[in-house]
Design a protein around this ligand. Sequence first.
Ligand SMILES: NC(=O)c1ccc[n+]([C@@H]2O[C@H](COP(=O)([O-])OP(=O)(O)OC[C@H]3O[C@@H](n4cnc5c(N)ncnc54)[C@H](OP(=O)(O)O)[C@@H]3O)[C@@H](O)[C@H]2O)c1
Length: 239
Amino acid sequence: MKLAGKTVVVVGGGSGIGLAVAEAAYGAGASLVAIAGRSPEKLESAKAGIGGGARAFPVDVSDEGSVRALFEKFDRLDHLVVTAAETMASDISGSDAEGLRPTLDTRVWGGYFAAKHAAPRMGDGASMTFVSGMSSRRPYVGSSVISASCGAIEAMSRALALELAPIRVNTIRPGIVETPLLDGFYGEGREEFLENLATRLPVGRVGRPEDIADAAMFLMGNGFVSGSVLQIDGGASLV
Ligand SMILES: NC(=O)c1ccc[n+]([C@@H]2O[C@H](COP(=O)([O-])OP(=O)(O)OC[C@H]3O[C@@H](n4cnc5c(N)ncnc54)[C@H](OP(=O)(O)O)[C@@H]3O)[C@@H](O)[C@H]2O)c1
């Protein structure tokens, strides 16, 4: 019951990694687990799955007013985890800036707004955890804006670890994790892609949302970690 009595807010908690973090926080005894996202249906179904201590709130992280309104609902919170992001890959030739903008608006500005409005409500032992992606280090063709967003959140979280201290601020850099996000990326080729990837990874499988939630729980609980980027990738960076 490491989180007994704590309030944990997971922005992006309606699915995938965020939902696994919310479930883990609830399992660790948090007295309030709040999940936030845009889709009410997704949030309701996630809340029902998590259990009694969960509450769900609407938010669009790219809109500062919406993020402010979310955090005004809390007198205090102990741990913030932000997984919400849109990710749009596109070659630069023929790219559409307006279509790509949400990738930066959500991960970078969304993270910034969440930190800004959560921090005044956080006290002793508090932490913030953001999520980047391997493309900050290992880009692929078409990832320029995604890579920029991932690099930016890693750099920003280190700066915030200084500015918001003693609140601890860290980032998780996941490898490929089986979540609904992959549907948009790989469509019908998803299963084949994941099977091929699994055979190439040192751990012999792709990531599960629980793998990343485990890292988020570590970052919430370890009072000596701040300004870190924790890579959880199944050894992908080695191959
Ligand atoms: N899965 C992977 O392989 C992988 C790898 C590296 C990094 N990541 C990163 O991990 C994070 C979580 O992704 P995931 O894999 O768990 O995908 P996911 O299941 O699609 O979760 C993303 C969540 O973000 C929410 N969201 C998106 N835009 C939002 C906005 N403007 N305002 C509020 N909420 C918003 C979505 O809910 P609504 O649509 O309801 O708003 C959704 O619940 C993302 O930052 C992703 O880039 C994932």
